[in-house]
Ligand binder design. Sequence first.
Ligand code: AMP
Length: 286
Amino acid sequence: MEIIRIPGEMQAMAGKILHQGKSIGFVPTMGALHEGHLSLVRRARRENHVTAVSIFVNPMQFGPSEDFYNYPRDIDGDAEKLRREEVGILFMPDSSLMYPEGFSTCVDVEGISGRLCGAFRPGHFRGVATVVAKLLNIVKPARAYFGQKDFQQTVVIRQMARDLDMDTAIVVCPTVRESDGLAMSSRNAYLSEREREAAAVIFRSLAGASGLIESGIINVERIKGFMHEKIAAEPAVSGIDYAGVYDPATLEEPAATRDEILLAVAVRIGGTRLIDNMLVSLRKER
Ligand code: AMP
């Protein structure tokens, strides 16, 4: 595995690979890798000639009171995991090279960036869209892989890629979960044992809501009420940013019944903010 730290070197390497007629599959991450990340890596490996993974804890997507400085970092462990997956390139740029003095261009995907998590994390999706645009320009992938776990992020990035005519296919992969349903996340490492147990309530609220919908209850307020009640009953939950039913395309509360709806949750357990979601089909299977 080649480890590259300089954006210009990564760009040159990508150019060389493309010149050989090979495709690059790219997985952008912030490191502290777990099976969720590795599922993206495996898919990228299957579908491309060369797999590139980036590890970059992007300061631009963290708010001033968020966990940028404490964000879990394990470069040696991560590199070992990626070697085992036979990844070709690990791109690990320094922040000073990604945002040199005088840096002044941002990508703002208007509308959807302000909903759900965007309402609680102002500027977050501007940071995400900007860094992903930069990474796609540096790595030049045919396909880039993202997890459904961060559903809003996938909607923002797809919109950006469409609006800016980016020549990379955005591939969204299923959420990988622990045995009790908790979505894998680097931030799960912040949870105490008690909090970790309590965090399973997020998945239970999604699964319960999905069950209600499957039984024919598609009243948005009722489902939202069910989710809030279920989550609030768990004493370790210190706050609910949002929990409810949304249109997967616009991320707004759906005005009309659609084929598919998004159940999405963001909660705080102790000091840790966790998100999760589930897509539910409203079309009756025959
Ligand atoms: P992060 O390192 O948290 O920025 O995540 C990097 C990529 O991995 C993003 O596209 C995430 O959506 C994806 N990811 C994180 N957790 C999971 C998971 N449990 N299952 C699938 N993909 C995930």
